[in-house]
Design a protein around this ligand. Sequence first.
Ligand code: ATP
Length: 322
Amino acid sequence: MKTIAVLTSGGDAPGMNAAVRAVVRTACVNGIRVLGVLRGYNGLINGDFIEMNLRSVSDIIHRGGTKLYSARSAEFATEEGMQKAIHTCKENGIDGVVVIGGDGSFRGARDLSERGIPCVGIPGTIDNDIACCDYTIGYDTCLNTIMDCVDRIRDTTESHDRCTVVEVMGRRSGYLALNAGIAVGATSILIPEIKFDIEKDVIERMKRTQLTDKKHFLIVVAEGVGVNVVDLAKSIQEKTGVESRACILGHIQRGGSPTVKDRVMATRMGNYAVKELLMKNIGNKVVASRHGDIVDYDIFEALNMQKHIDEDLFRVAMEVSI
Ligand code: ATP
């Protein structure tokens, strides 16, 4: 490999910069030229590149967002767009591409690999919803951001004997809601992976804890369950008599300086992608973390894997938060 490209794609996640830095530095110290691709696959189609060197990734390890910008590219998902991207790669002598993003981005990397451009995916998404990985870059920072925000909400919820229904991100998965819900001591947690009944799992739980003199409540709802939290708060107020508010945390969850865990994992994964894979002419892979180790999977295999929420963790949460 003489020249590689690196891009960030899909929703941004804190720690993407640390991964870009590790990819660029590992390549540079090993004599490989690196092109930074701007705005995900759009940049690959349009040849929107910046020449990277050791210093172009200085002072980014602690920054959220992505210095390379990110995008969702409808054009790249078409055969014509993909062919344009392949042409641009060939024109610029790109021998391999590191794609930092979620599973949608990996599908793009798989299609590009199939058409002869070796790609390596690094899991970067706050949702932790990539089946082959225990952990994705950005997840830890996002969890801590949610915890910090909900701790503040708890202060005012407690002062006024209220209930606050908090909606958190996660797309179709409940990892963020479950783990943040435990960390903030939520009375109920609603996630897409576990069936729920509002009457039994929210209203009755609240009424039961009211009998033990509990007066303020936090309910954490994953966006993926599709419940309107404003309506839920109204219904809780009507049925329990507790003044209730809804709070949608929104994009605050995506930003901020990455935690130690995200910086270290991003650095290890970025280094692995170049040193253990592309430098050995190995493409069509996803870098993953498994029980604390950095490993890799075939990109096709990775995209066909299934991941299941820890139901026992949910049980623990419900048993303890009563
Ligand atoms: P996150 O879930 O964190 O937002 P993601 O990588 O899953 O990240 P997506 O919007 O699903 O985000 O995908 C990012 C980009 O990957 C898309 O805009 C598109 O360009 C490309 N992509 C997604 N699916 C495919 C596909 N099936 N074939 C080719 N390209 C795809």
